[in-house]
Design a protein around this ligand. Sequence first.
Ligand code: E4P
Length: 217
Amino acid sequence: MKFFVDTADVDAIAELNELGFADGVTTNPSLILKSGRDILEVTKEICAMIDGPVSAEVVALKADDMIAEGRKLAKIADNIAVKVPLTWDGLKACKVLSGEGKMVNVTLCFSASQALLAAKAGATFVSPFIGRLDDINIDGLDLIEEIRTIYDNYAFKTEVLAASIRSVNHVSECAKIGSDVVTAPPEVLKKLAQHALTDKGLAAFMKDWEKTGQNIL
Ligand code: E4P
């Protein structure tokens, strides 16, 4: 399973990339706001750091305007994935941009039927938002499972990119279901390494090691 980093924070991306934990990056207008950076400038910087896809989101609502924005964003670098919302206009933009050979990430997906349309419109990625479904008491992981089944039934090439990831459990469950990608905030990716028993075990080893009076170096 690929890990994308859901942030526009270049320092956080660099740290994860050094470990090979950044197979790609996803951004959105809220993350650009949080970064305090210019979208074109920060996206260019991220694209230069990362070999994999970097999602940059259009902000127009009409298909023609989305297509124009998508073409401009795609010029930033070869590894741009143009992110369009899962609306009727977004699907039209997806069809055109993917037909031009651009990677397209169809975002804000909340149902299996929406995901089916994204695949048929030629999306490279579909982004079902798990956390936001959980927020309204609908199990977001069920949606990942449904989309996985549908895409496998018909051998759609669109990759399932589980988004709105809030917890370590979301990541491990997505891996079990067979999500192609998860995009998670850096804090969640770093938390994957944590376990209370690891901390407890390490503390005990350190205590005993001190008693030996030895040094390795
Ligand atoms: C995905 O591409 C989105 O940027 C992101 O995962 C949304 O997450 P949120 O629901 O935590 O804002």
